[in-house]
Design a protein around this ligand. Sequence first.
Ligand SMILES: NC(=O)C1=CN([C@@H]2O[C@H](COP(=O)(O)OP(=O)(O)OC[C@H]3O[C@@H](n4cnc5c(N)ncnc54)[C@H](OP(=O)(O)O)[C@@H]3O)[C@@H](O)[C@H]2O)C=CC1
Ligand SMILES: C[C@H]1O[C@H](OP(=O)(O)OP(=O)(O)OC[C@H]2O[C@@H](n3cnc4c(=O)[nH]c(N)nc43)[C@H](O)[C@@H]2O)[C@@H](O)[C@@H](O)C1=O
Length: 324
Amino acid sequence: MNNPDPRIYVAGHRGLVGSAIVRALRARGYTNIVTRTHDELELTDQDAVRAFFRAERIDHVYLAAARVGGIHANNSYPAEFIYDNLMVQANVVHEAWRAGVGRLLFLGSSCIYPRLAQQPIREEYLMDGALEPTNEPYAVAKIAGIKLCESYNRQYGTDFRSVMPTNLYGPGDNYHPQNSHVIPALVRRFHEAKAEGAREVVIWGSGKPMREFLYVDDMAAASVHVMSLPLESYAAVTDPMHSHINVGSGNEVSIHELAHLVGEVVGFEGRIVFDATKPDGTPRKLLDVSKLRSLGWSANTPLREGLHRAYAAFLAVQLADATA
Ligand SMILES: NC(=O)C1=CN([C@@H]2O[C@H](COP(=O)(O)OP(=O)(O)OC[C@H]3O[C@@H](n4cnc5c(N)ncnc54)[C@H](OP(=O)(O)O)[C@@H]3O)[C@@H](O)[C@H]2O)C=CC1
Ligand SMILES: C[C@H]1O[C@H](OP(=O)(O)OP(=O)(O)OC[C@H]2O[C@@H](n3cnc4c(=O)[nH]c(N)nc43)[C@H](O)[C@@H]2O)[C@@H](O)[C@@H](O)C1=O
């Protein structure tokens, strides 16, 4: 019989996705959740990861720890993006197998797919063409993560699953002015422009790229849903090696439309201008989410509502920082 309250390790529990996964697990009544901060457990250190799994007797793992960032961070620190991600996932997957972990969820990213993939992007388009250069090292690491899980499943019969999220946003995001993703970057930039009474806000690139966005609590719900499925159900829609599955909202907007929407949510009334000297990245990446829908899950937070919640979370952080 399945253990109703498995011992669950959420790696990266202080990050955007990991913190939402912990919220989702607690809301569903799971109480046996194990966490370690980065300072307490360095996941690139194999000996430390081995000792952790040996001591903790974990049943399930959510692997939401990774080196993560937006287009500028990926383009500026390619060595860290490939090295850290390869090491973290190799250590966690290998030591989880050694320790007999029953089920693991690896979080990849929609940037694993070819830059000019047919849209919407189906899971089987993986490795069908060249990757987007601004994030190729990160994407190569994430592809290796999928293949790690597949290989352990094939050779050792493990149950290691992989989800490929589209661009995420929400409470707990990284608001670094350069290294963050577009939504937290714009929330902060519009907020500061409004506070300073600035006449214009500059957005990177042409404004033409299309992106699909998913609110992070929807992502967490999808992760818990995928981990709760019987293996036969998951394996029936993934390929025979129990490969990856896309997670998205099914809707896309241009960066131009997004900028106007964030400006509206924040209440900025000035001009929005585009700096075409900055990179656009992939022109379009809309995921085909029919496999996940066939398994009974779909997103339910519209972008405008998610942006209002994300801005409220940003304001709460500002307030806490100001009163600290
Ligand atoms: N955000 C997005 O738009 C998307 C994210 N994803 C994927 O979702 C997952 C979670 O991303 P997200 O929550 O946004 O990322 P965050 O950067 O918000 O969180 C990552 C967490 O992992 C921890 N971490 C990083 N490196 C190590 C390490 N070497 N040892 C221990 N802990 C470490 C970080 O700790 P610390 O901060 O202390 O370093 C942080 O708590 C990743 O796999 C990412 O690739 C996929 C698609 C889109
Ligand atoms: C999730 C995904 O995240 C990264 O890829 P990306 O989709 O290109 O993500 P992004 O959020 O950084 O940018 C989206 C778009 O928005 C434009 N843009 C405008 N103005 C700002 C801005 O101020 N900041 C940022 N970051 N982008 C901006 C930007 O030029 C681009 O056209 C990957 O490296 C990879 O890590 C990955 O998997």
